[in-house]
Structure formats: C-alpha cells, structure tokens
Unconditional design. Structure first.
Length: 332
C-alpha cells in the first residue's frame, strides 16, 4: 500500500485515475486541486473518505506542495490548464500552472526524493499531415503549435532536465485525445453531445477533416498505473489506443447515436493554427510494460458516454451556458 498525491485529481482525467486507483489498488490518495473552472468536487463523489481526501490549493504554492510531498510515496501530476481554445484567448494561466506549477512540483520532488509521474499530451509533437501514414513515437522531435501545447512541451522538458541534472525519479507519459464521462463541456465530444441534448446544432471547426486519436479515459488511467508500477525512471511512454477518427465522422456518429440526421450540424470558424492530425504509436508501452487498452469499440464507448451525459445533466449544466457564450463570441 502506498500514499499517492494526485494533482488535478478533480479534473476529467485526474478524477478518472483516482476512481481507478481506489478500484484496482489498496493505495490511499490525496488530491491537490485548485478547483478552477475545470475542477469539480462532484467528480470525486462516492469515493471512500478513509482512502481519498481533497486539498484545495495551487500546485505553484511551494509551501503547500512541500507539506504534501512530505507525506506522499509518489506523485502523479495531472494538474494543468488543458484547453487549446482558452490558451488562444488568454495564455497567461497556461504559463503559471503548466510551467511554474510543474517547476514547483519538481523542486519538491528533488527536495524529498519523491517518485513523480508527469502527465502530458501528444500535442507536444505538433501535427502530422492528413495523408501521412506516420505516427508519433518517443523519438519524434518536439514541435508544439499552440500556447497550450508549448507550455506542456516546456513542462516535459523541465521534467527531463530535473531527471538528468538532479536525479529526480520521474517518468513522463504523452497520451492522445481522451473521451468518457466527467469531461468538461468545453471539449469537442461533450460539447456536441450536450448541444444535441439542449437542441443546439453541433459545431464543427472548419471542414472537420482534422484527425484525433481517441482513447477512453479508463484506458489512460490503466496505462498510468502501469507506468507508475513498472516504468523505468527517466523514460517517456506514449499512450494511445489506435483510435484515429476525423472530427466530421465523430460528429456524424454522435448525431446518429442520438437519433438525429447525421448532417444536422454547422461548420463554424476554424481554430487558429489548428493541428491537422495526431496519431500515437504505443508499441513501447505495450511491449516493454505489457499494457493494452480494454476499449476497442469506439462506437460503444461513445454510446456509453452519451448515456452518461444524458443521465448527469446536474453535473454539466452549470458550465454549459457560459461555454456556449464564450464560443459564440469567437464565431464558434
Ligand atoms: P481538466 O481541465 O479537465 O482538469 C485539470 C484539473 O487541474 C482541474 O481539476 C483544475 O482545477 C486543476 N488545476 C488547474 N490549475 C491548477 C493549479 N494551478 N493547481 C492545482 N490544480 C489545478 O484537464 P484534463 O483533460 O483532465 O487533463 C489532465 C491532464 O492530462 C493535463 O495535464 C493534460 O495536459 C493531460 N492530457 C489531457 C488529454 C485530454 O484529451 N483531455 C490528453 C492528453 C493529456
Ligand atoms: O466545438 C468544437 N468543434 C470542433 O470541431 C470543439 C470544442 C473542437 N473541435 C475540434 C478541434 C479538434 O480538432 O475537435 C478536435 C478536438 O478538440 P478538443 O476537444 O478541444 O481537443 P484538442 O484540441 O485535440 O486537445 C485535447 O487533446 C489533447 C485536449 O483538450 C488536450 O488537453 C489534450 O492535450
């Protein structure tokens, strides 16, 4: 049994990981989360109080972080500003949390010699051409496009430097696009599902040809636990489940699964600098650490996600109007 500190554990993927840890291990967990607009205590509802506690605070608060590292056997770092569109509107919080926040955790890991796993994204590698069969590997050069992905790339490079320069015991994972329950309605799939539930037409950026490599959040969590258990210090692991789909196909599938005509959506203003395609080659994680995904049927995973949003309007409704007003102000 170990005690884990999970930063950003009230967000979409962090809360999924906390539920996963409680279900599959006997570890205890402290969540450190600032509860920004993206954090939601309700995502941790139902977890046993004797195994999970929530500390509301900022990962860039060195004193608070130091006290929490004192008690942790390992730290899993999810906390981030995570939305590309927000980073195009106001980049500053992305620097504060993704760069300075990660730096603050690394300094604490160095002081306490604490094992740290850093959660990152495939977006650090930039994008691939639509007609290129190549996929990202651990050797793909960094080439981020947006303020969000550049701050994530910066945070990864800080982790690598702290491993090499100070012997910090860290690993990194770069995962592709996640879907599943508890994802904020600003993101593509929940936005479209909740639009349909509200009688609003789904909104596709540009032509909708951009490709994302979808993985269920449960599979991301099982991969992170595998890396925490078996990963080699200093190594990077790419996490993906061979789920490439273009955005148009996803919107059409959502509409069809929800009983609407598949063309009942609008094309809206494209995202500035919109990455064309992401695709992950996760051979290293699969062969070296023996991980594999359990969700192999995207349509079934999407249908279950739609059911979750249908049944949990109280969870997402408070954020919906504000998100749509923000997008409307951008012509999206
Ligand atoms: P999210 O926006 O849903 O959650 C982020 C969480 O971090 C929130 O609970 C928020 O309150 C918290 N947070 C933000 N700033 C903080 C701060 N300064 N101190 C403490 N807590 C803070 O994000 P997500 O989609 O769950 O992403 C989690 C991590 O996974 C991020 O590091 C992201 O880069 C990475 N990632 C996400 C995806 C994806 O598809 N969503 C894919 C690959 C990697
Ligand atoms: O309304 C929309 N219409 C649309 O066409 C929205 C919100 C998005 N899109 C497009 C943009 C992308 O091509 O859908 C795709 C997915 O968009 P997002 O959900 O914003 O995700 P993305 O920008 O790909 O980044 C996500 O995956 C990698 C996460 O938000 C990041 O945190 C993660 O690092």
């Amino acid at each position: 049994m170990a005690h884990l500190l999970v930063t950003g554990g009230a967000g979409f993927i962090g809360s999924n990981f906390v539920h996963h840890v409680v279900a599959h291990t006997d570890h205890t967990v402290t969540v450190l989360d600032k509860l920004t607009y993206a954090g939601n205590e309700a995502s941790l509802a139902g977890l046993p109080e004797d195994r999970v506690d929530l500390v509301v605070g900022d990962i860039a608060d060195a004193e608070l972080v130091d006290g929490l590292f004192e008690k942790a056997d390992a730290v899993v770092h999810y906390a981030a500003e995570s939305h590309n569109d927000n980073s195009l509107h106001d980049p500053r919080p992305f620097l504060d949390t993704n760069i300075i926040g990660t730096y603050t955790l690394l300094e604490a890991a160095r002081r306490h010699d604490t094992r740290l796993h850093h959660i990152s994204t495939d977006e650090v590698y930039g994008d691939l051409e639509l007609d290129d069969p190549a996929r990202f590997t651990e050797h793909t050069p960094y080439n981020p496009s947006s303020p969000y992905s550049s701050t994530k790339a910066g945070s990864d490079l800080l982790v690598r430097a702290w491993v090499r320069s100070f012997g910090v015991r860290a690993t990194i994972s770069n995962c592709s696009n996640n879907y599943g329950p508890y994802q904020h309605v600003e993101k593509f799939i929940p936005r479209q599902i909740t639009n349909v539930l509200r009688g609003i037409r789904p909104k596709l950026y540009g032509k909708g040809e951009n490709v994302r490599d979808w993985i269920h959040a449960d599979d991301h969590s099982s991969a992170v636990l595998t890396i925490l258990d078996k990963g080699e210090i200093g190594e990077t692991y790419l996490i993906g489940a061979d789920g490439e789909k273009d955005n148009k196909t996803v919107v059409e599938l959502i509409l069809q699964l929800m009983g609407h005509s598949p063309d009942a959506y609008d094309h809206v203003t494209d995202r500035a600098g919109h990455d064309l395609r992401y695709a992950i080659d996760s051979t290293k994680l699969r062969t070296e650490l023996g991980w594999s995904p359990t969700y192999r049927d995207f349509e079934a995973g999407l249908a279950a996600t739609i059911d979750w949003y249908r049944a949990n309007e109280a969870w997402w409704a408070p954020a919906k109007d504000g998100v749509e007003a923000f997008y409307a102000s951008k012509g999206q």
